[in-house]
Design a binder for this molecule. Structure first.
Ligand code: SF4
Length: 75
């Protein structure tokens, strides 16, 4: 799976590092480090982290929607 974090949005709230510590890690107080290609075994954790990010800075599988959860279209 592919993960991109918009670091211009990220404010270092660390929700992602808490929920998916294998994929996201805080480096110091505010700098986020992450694995852009986490193993599919981490999918659940990563999706949870993306959902929990208060700034929606985590984008998951934007190019391959295959296993993406179904979302209602924006109204
Ligand atoms: S949860 Fe969002 S804002 Fe917080 S560190 Fe992760 S990507 Fe950044």
């Amino acid at each position: 799976m592919k993960v991109v974090v918009d670091l211009s949005r990220c404010q270092g709230y660390a929700q992602c590092a808490f929920l998916a510590p294998d994929a996201f890690r805080m480096h110091g107080e505010e700098a986020l480090m992450y694995n852009p290609t986490p193993d599919d075994a981490q999918r659940e954790q990563v999706l949870r982290a993306a959902a929990a990010c208060p700034l929606q800075a985590i984008l998951v599988d934007q190019l391959e929607e295959r296993d993406a959860p179904v979302q209602a279209p924006p109204s």
